[in-house]
Design a protein around this ligand. Structure first.
Ligand code: DX5
Ligand code: ZN
Length: 215
């Protein structure tokens, strides 16, 4: 069965002592692996790096979607391509020339995405939408899992969706942060194509049921 919305569990909330089990859950029930890469500089937190990404890549049967919350993402594009990442996003304000980095990601054979935090006007993305495979609309401030969903996201999402339709382009919208079965349907109604969920999935008693409920 084809679903309109894709569910990408954030592995930040996985159990790293039982990563095989959590990778299998995504393989069987979800659509992509969302990999949060934090450097302690662009965001105050440090997550994980290549050893974990490589381990997940070895067992993954679904696409890898890496979300770079780091300074100088352009330095690591080739490395992520080599690991087998399919979708690679970075933050608009982490680079001087977003268009150049988007082109670099396309050239490396991956699908580029541009991310923005909740305090950055969605309009700042407009000049780059036609160069993106997707945009990452943060519904919490990047840096930590388990934060509360910011309600202003719905209006931002609608504005973004309207502009993508106006431009007549195929740019997907990913919503990231505090997403759960409680807000999934409204997000899809407002134009979301990919939902990232960490805590809601992995901290649940029955993660597969949560993914099913989100669809
Ligand atoms: C936040 C990350 C998110 C986060 C999602 O910096 O980009 O991907 O891990 O986790 P939850 O769903 O717990 O907010
Ligand atoms: Zn993320």
């Amino acid at each position: 069965m084809e679903y309109r919305v894709q569910i990408a569990p954030s592995m930040l909330a996985a159990d790293f002592l039982h990563l095989d089990r959590d990778v299998e859950l995504v393989n069987q029930h979800a659509d992509a692996f969302h990999l949060d890469i934090m450097d302690g500089i662009f965001v105050p937190n440090i997550s994980y790096g290549f050893p974990i990404v490589e381990a997940i890549a070895r067992e993954a049967k679904k696409p890898l979607d890496a979300h770079l919350m780091i300074v100088h993402p352009e330095k690591y594009v080739d490395r992520f391509a080599k690991v087998g990442v399919d979708m690679l996003s970075f933050h608009l304000n982490a680079v001087e020339n977003p268009g150049q980095v988007l082109a670099q990601i396309w050239a490396a054979g991956m699908k580029p995405g541009l991310a923005i935090n909740p305090d950055i006007p969605v309009e700042n993305l407009f000049p780059y939408l036609d160069q993106c495979h997707y945009v990452v609309l943060m519904s919490v401030f990047a840096g930590f899992g388990g934060q509360k969903f910011i309600e202003a996201t719905y209006d931002r999402l609608k504005t973004l969706k309207t502009e993508i339709d106006r431009q007549g382009i195929e740019c997907h919208i990913q919503v990231d942060g505090g997403v759960s079965a409680a807000n999934a349907s409204r997000l899809v109604e407002c134009g979301a194509d990919i939902l990232v969920a960490g805590s809601a999935v992995f901290k649940a008693e029955d993660p597969a049921a949560v993914i099913a409920a989100m669809r």
